[in-house]
Design a protein around this ligand. Structure first.
Ligand code: 13P
Length: 249
């Protein structure tokens, strides 16, 4: 089974309107390498301006509410993000699980909302350093998959991102063997849950991915792309990751 690689950038809470100039180089690289999918998830305020500026680049969001509307001050529904022009939405990022106390059940509801409104849900999972040191990494991560992924998920709208918490923004990455073992464990858990459909689901690696390590990480079995934080903030740093994905596409 060949899965198209997806190289997705998560700008987190970074960037103002002038930062959108970086998207031109990213859009150009995406066009030059049609064998890979490329997406950028900027802050929600920049989704519509980004879509207007680079209409051929897939733009995504970083979170959505599980409900379609209601008394949830400050929150955004999947339908609102879709209307703004988003194609994807990241749900359950470890920063939200930590800062906003999001549970697997919350993430499950957000993924369902994304699907209801035609967005691809990028469901994030990952262990802390203490959990890895305790030998619990696979148990924790497969537990997050079990709790966060809706039972009717298909590759058409579900992407998983494995992001070890201790590798995010630290310059540290797991060994390639550890990445392979975790991605295989995630796929096996998905197969338990959704059967044959698991084969098509893309599992991204995230955590200190950059132009130097992307080719090695993207060559690992069951690594179907990357979810990139810091290195997605500039075209200069992100384009080499797109190229590494394309070389294997
Ligand atoms: P870094 O690439 O900055 O480590 O961030 C990874 C991440 O959290 C992407 O969602």
């Amino acid at each position: 089974m060949t899965r198209r690689k997806l190289i997705a950038g998560n700008w987190k809470m970074n960037g103002h309107i002038d930062h959108l100039r970086e998207l031109h180089g990213i859009e150009k690289a995406a066009k030059a390498h049609p064998q890979v999918d490329v997406a950028i998830c900027p802050p929600a305020t920049l989704i519509a301006p980004a879509v207007a500026r680079v209409p051929n680049l897939a733009i995504g969001a970083q979170d959505c509410h599980a409900s379609d509307k209601g008394a949830h001050t400050g929150c955004l529904s999947a339908a609102m993000l879709k209307e703004a022009g988003a194609h994807h939405v990241i749900v359950g990022h470890s920063e939200r699980r930590a800062d906003q106390g999001e549970t697997d059940a919350d993430v499950h509801g957000k993924a369902e909302a994304a699907h209801r409104h035609g967005l691809t849900a990028i469901v994030c999972v990952g262990e802390t350093e203490a959990e890895r040191d305790a030998g619990e990494a696979e148990m924790v991560v497969t537990g997050q998959v079990a709790g966060s992924v809706p039972a009717d998920a298909t590759a058409d709208w579900l992407v998983i991102a494995y992001e070890p918490v201790w590798a995010i923004g630290t310059g540290r990455v797991p060994t390639l063997d550890d990445v392979a073992a975790m991605h295989a464990a995630i796929r096996a858990k998905l197969a338990d849950m959704i059967g044959d459909k698991a084969e098509g689901v893309r599992i991204l690696y995230g955590g200190s991915m950059n132009g130097d390590n992307a080719a090695d990480l993207l060559a690992v079995d069951n690594v179907d792309g990357g979810l990139v934080g810091g290195a997605s903030l500039s075209a200069d740093k992100f384009v080499p990751i797109i190229e590494a994905g394309a070389a294997q596409g």
